[in-house]
Design a protein around this ligand. Structure first.
Ligand code: SF4
Ligand code: SF4
Ligand code: SF4
Ligand code: FES
Length: 648
């Protein structure tokens, strides 16, 4: 993009894949569905057209624009053509003028039921004890179709549950081979971990040679978990360990909540998507028995202070540019596997929840006269990648981990239910001080574009002594896959980029590799940022199986509302942040800041589980094969985790 005049705000160009121009104006066609005339856009399939007209057709393997392989046949409909009525998979059959479709004829109902009965025939049906009970698409469809007994019984698989890492559990006895995990990992994240292994009845959708996810280039994002319609892929639960800590009178248990949890937890308790439930979130954590309820937004503000200074220092010296954000551990791992030559560009800032853990066991412990050994830090986070991040050996001091346990939004919801707390009846309560005080800049960390906007608000102040007109920078957010802009700092333009979803990160990184210049880039591993994280509530209903990401928009809008509602909207205005610098850290990038709040990264290669010299291409997609010797910290970290917590 050519250099632009940037007054009054940034000039933004939006590109990237998957999230742009999805609803382009196209020619309309008219068809008949269940006797009703329906208008649809040319290029739609029958399933989409029916859904747009309010007619529901069950589906399982379909993910709009991601997985349209017509594999499960659950979406069968009858199509009338040239006097013949044939059964067709509605997710793979395009609409056309005067098409006549029957979505619920006796034949359709019979065949559809048989399809699901076949899927259930070798499924390990443990619904009452299953983690996806009441939130499982297979269970939901079986119920809707009135399947009350299993007609076909035969051989059942007994594949050992893959449970060897700190973030995702795979149970292939519950896999329906829809391949949604494979599609999201390859087409959206462009990591390419899964493929079909074996043939026929023995087929499994798994990493090569059935390796554990910790042995391949998985970035731990959890997008496959969200895509999976059943309990075949789930997060590694840590609930029991957290209960144990809460029940131990000798432990002081501190909890922190990531920005996005405030706008997603309510969905599990029946609130519309995009409802802000901060007050009830805090109240529920107190009822669960946590000794202090703090907010990761506080350390998001602190991250901004550190990262804005890092940016200004690098701009001054014109080295290690562009500065690449480091708050998304899925993105960090992606860079470690696929773009190791850019690791020195990553900000050395730990992610906010790790900074929080480090400060709780030092600054807070000292202030409150607590023994750091007795403090347990629990983080409520939007993604499974934070579980892996907490298990990295570098995320701690001595034998103390910064963060002891990471729970996803889904796990917290389960704990609230287990405790019998009536979430909707809870009063609104405030976070504890001082580490619960946060600006609006901390809140917007939870959606794509938020980190750059928050950093620019502070860097602008640091360089000009004036406050930025925030309204002019809102364009940096929004859901285009890749945004580029010129923004002004110290009277000079700097070029920034924002990418979300690692498929978009690849586009940006390949442009950097080709020599294109940027000064600062924010990259989030999950589509939409943390609001779309792999640990967020899963929708088991048809209308959310879409890439339009409507619900992620709603969540992001809710974070914006938190930002707007705050008097404090800039990280550098946060009085608790000022105080921690005065009393403890000294100043951003001080020696103690660097010791506690900063980290380093490890090249891992695209094939970490293989002991081989160099490979080109490799099964792990477009990653360049400079596979290092077998020295993956990921593997070491996870071995340690599993050794310490065998029952988890
Ligand atoms: S995955 Fe679904 S159908 Fe299978 S046991 Fe779990 S809840 Fe039941
Ligand atoms: S966690 Fe992410 S990278 Fe790993 S297999 Fe799942 S989608 Fe792919
Ligand atoms: S693991 Fe889940 S998403 Fe992947 S194929 Fe099996 S059921 Fe589908
Ligand atoms: S074949 Fe259409 S949803 Fe699976």
């Amino acid at each position: 993009m050519e250099k632009q005049e940037f007054s009054p705000g940034p000039v933004v160009r939006k590109t990237g894949r998957l999230y742009d121009n999805l609803e382009k104006e196209t020619k309309k066609v008219k068809l008949i569905i269940d006797g009703r005339e329906v208008e649809a856009s040319e290029g739609m399939n029958i399933l989409e057209a029916a859904h747009a007209a309010g007619i529901e057709i069950p589906s399982l393997c379909y993910l709009r624009r991601i997985n349209e392989i017509g594999a499960c046949r659950v979406c069968l409909v009858e199509v009338e053509m040239k006097g013949m009525r044939t059964l067709q998979a509605s997710c793979a059959y395009p609409v056309s003028e005067e098409l006549v479709v029957h979505t619920s004829s006796p034949r359709v109902r019979r065949v559809r039921k048989t399809m699901v009965e076949l899927l259930l025939s070798d499924h390990h049906r443990e619904c009452t004890t299953c983690i996806r009970n009441l939130n499982c698409e297979l269970q939901n469809i079986a119920d809707n179709l009135g399947i009350r007994n299993i007609k076909y019984t035969g051989e059942k698989k007994a594949i050992p549950v893959q449970n060897q890492n700190s973030f995702i559990v795979r149970d292939y006895n519950k896999c329906i081979k829809c391949r949604r995990c494979e599609a999201i990992c390859s087409k959206v994240q462009e990591v390419n971990v899964y493929s079909a292994i074996n043939r026929g009845y023995d087929t499994v959708i798994a990493p090569a040679f059935m390796q554990d996810l910790s042995q391949v280039a998985c970035i731990t994002c959890g997008q496959c978990v969200i895509a999976c319609p059943t309990a075949s892929l789930t997060e590694k639960e840590c609930i029991d360990s957290v209960w144990e800590a809460l029940e131990d009178p000798d432990k002081y248990v501190v909890v922190q909540t990531a920005p996005s949890i405030q706008v997603t937890l309510g969905e599990v308790f029946g609130y519309p998507v995009g409802t802000v439930v901060t007050g009830k979130l805090v109240a529920s954590l107190r009822r669960l028995g946590f000794d202090k309820v703090f907010s990761t937004d506080f350390t998001a503000d602190l991250t901004i202070m550190e990262e804005a200074h890092e940016l200004l220092e690098r701009l001054e010296k014109q080295h290690r540019l562009p500065l690449l954000s480091s708050c998304s551990p899925g993105w960090v791992k992606f860079a470690e596997h696929f773009y190791p030559e850019f690791l020195e560009n990553l900000s050395t800032c730990k992610s906010p929840h790790e900074m929080f853990g480090a400060l709780t066991k030092t600054y807070f412990a000292e202030k409150e006269g607590l023994d750091p050994e007795k403090i347990v830090v629990v983080a409520i986070m939007p993604c499974t990648a934070k579980k892996f991040e907490a298990s990295r050996p570098e995320m701690g001091t001595g034998n103390l981990k910064d963060v002891d346990w990471v729970l996803t939004t889904r796990e917290l919801a389960r704990m609230i239910r287990q405790a019998g707390i009536n979430f909707r009846n809870l009063p609104d309560e405030d976070y504890d001080t001082p580490m619960g005080i946060a600006s609006g800049a901390g809140a917007i960390f939870g959606s794509t574009g938020g980190v750059i906007e928050a950093a620019v608000r502070t860097a602008y102040y640091l360089t000009s002594g004036q406050e930025l007109d925030i309204l002019n920078y809102e364009e940096l957010r929004g859901f285009s896959g890749l945004k580029e802009a010129w923004v002004e700092l110290k009277g000079r333009p700097i070029k920034v980029a924002i990418a979300h979803g690692t498929g978009n990160a690849r586009i940006l990184m390949d442009r950097l590799k080709a020599g294109e210049k940027f000064d600062y880039a924010e990259i989030m591993a999950c589509p939409g940022g943390c609001v779309g994280g792999g640990g967020q509530p899963i929708f088991g209903t048809r209308e959310h199986k879409e890439i339009s990401l409507d619900y992620r928009h709603n969540r992001a809008d809710a974070l914006d509302r938190i930002d707007y509602s705050k008097e404090l909207r800039r990280a550098h205005e946060n009085p608790a942040v000022k105080k921690i610098y005065e009393d403890f850290l000294g100043h951003p990038l001080s020696d103690i800041s660097k010791k506690l709040l900063h980290t380093y990264y490890t090249p891992r290669g695209a094939l970490p589980g293989f002991k081989m010299g160099g490979t080109k291409g490799g099964y792990a997609g477009r990653g360049e094969g400079n596979a290092p010797p077998h020295d993956s910290r990921e593997i070491k970290g996870d071995e340690q985790f599993v050794k310490n917590h065998p029952a988890v």
